[in-house]
Design a protein around this ligand. Structure first.
Ligand code: SAM
Length: 319
């Protein structure tokens, strides 16, 4: 594979290098912001699963650097967490840890000194196996771990943005999120490939039930209750659909009409990003007269492949 082939295949990969972003993912957050104005009024933010750091760069450029330039004596607090180490970013406090562990949640909270965050973002993704059900399940667990941190640090009224995989049980996630946020949207930025099942939930106006906010909250019980309701509704829906198969339309249990319960909980879907900004699924020709290939802005600090190479060498063979 030639060194320019990824530049050809991926316009956002190329643009990221030109504009100084560590990863093409920066455009996903920027396009979500274009559609939802998520940074307006934000002073304190958390970036979960942040490495290599392009979302943290967006937070730094949108929140920290403008405050610094304006001479704000107490610029925003931005805390970023990842399993992997990250190279420093101006105005971003970096933590290395697992967001599913309570210790990490406590560390994040400790940096806010009692001040709640206005925005929590989470672009977390497990190492994808290609087994869709498993990948979707692990992704959903990451999101639920992020929600524990949200309950501890987000102020009422705040915003949560997170990556999801739109698999067959995604409606369960929506109903769980709706227990905490009255406004839940699904966004698909143009910089996210159509071929990818990823999308992003944008959850607004955080409104936890009484007793839920703060460390040690009763979130798990609430989410388990939502899951039970969801699977009961799914079973009832399947039974109703089977019973109505001959009638041509869904009938509510008891014979009434209406919308099937799970569909009633569907969330608005928004495709976001400028159409002229490039197509993530297209391959672009590069003009050899003007094209200059750039190196990535920040090479990975501790990529997994280093371990693989070391293991292979240790076993006396190459990969
Ligand atoms: N938003 C990042 C950016 O713009 O540079 C990209 C994030 S990358 C798609 C997903 C990240 O999730 C990886 O860096 C991975 O280490 C992190 N991750 C996965 N599981 C995690 C966990 N349990 N705790 C912390 N980070 C995790």
């Amino acid at each position: 594979m030639g060194k320019s082939s990824k530049d050809k295949r991926d316009i956002f990969y190329r643009k990221a290098k030109e504009e100084g972003w560590r990863a093409r993912s920066a455009y996903k957050l920027l396009q979500i912001d274009e559609a939802f104005d998520i940074f307006s009024g934000v002073e304190h933010a958390v970036d979960l699963c942040a490495a290599p750091g392009s979302w943290s760069q967006v937070l730094s450029r949108k929140l920290y650097l403008p405050a610094l330039r304006a001479g704000n004596p107490s610029p925003p607090t931005i805390v970023a967490v990842d399993l992997q180490p990250m190279a420093p970013i101006e105005g971003v406090i970096q933590l290395q840890g697992d967001i599913t562990s309570e210790a990490t949640a406590k560390q994040v909270i400790s940096h806010f000194h009692g001040q709640p965050a206005d925005l929590v973002v989470c672009d977390g993704a497990p190492d994808v196996t290609g087994l869709h059900d498993l990948d979707e399940y692990v992704q959903a667990q990451l999101l639920l771990a992020a929600l524990s941190i949200v309950c501890a640090v987000l102020r009422p009224g705040g915003t949560f943005v997170a990556k999801i995989f739109r698999g067959k049980d995604v409606a369960l996630l929506y109903s769980q999120l709706k227990m905490l946020f009255p406004e839940v949207y699904v966004a698909k930025p143009k910089s996210s490939r159509n071929s990818s099942i990823e999308a992003f939930v944008v959850c607004r106006r955080f409104d936890p039930p009484p007793g839920l906010a703060g460390p040690g909250c009763a979130l798990q019980a609430l989410l388990a209750g939502a899951a039970e309701d969801y699977f009961l509704a799914a079973a009832a829906e399947a039974a109703a659909a089977a019973a109505a198969a001959g009638a041509g339309s869904w009938q509510a249990p008891g014979g009434g009409g209406g919308v099937p319960p799970l569909l009633a909980r569907a969330v608005p879907f928004l495709s976001c990003g400028d159409l002229s900004g490039g197509d993530a699924d297209r391959t672009y020709d590069l003009d050899p007269a003007t094209y200059v290939r750039l190196e990535p802005v920040q090479p990975p600090t501790a990529p997994n492949y280093k371990t693989a190479i070391a293991l292979a060498k240790g076993a006396g063979g190459g990969l």
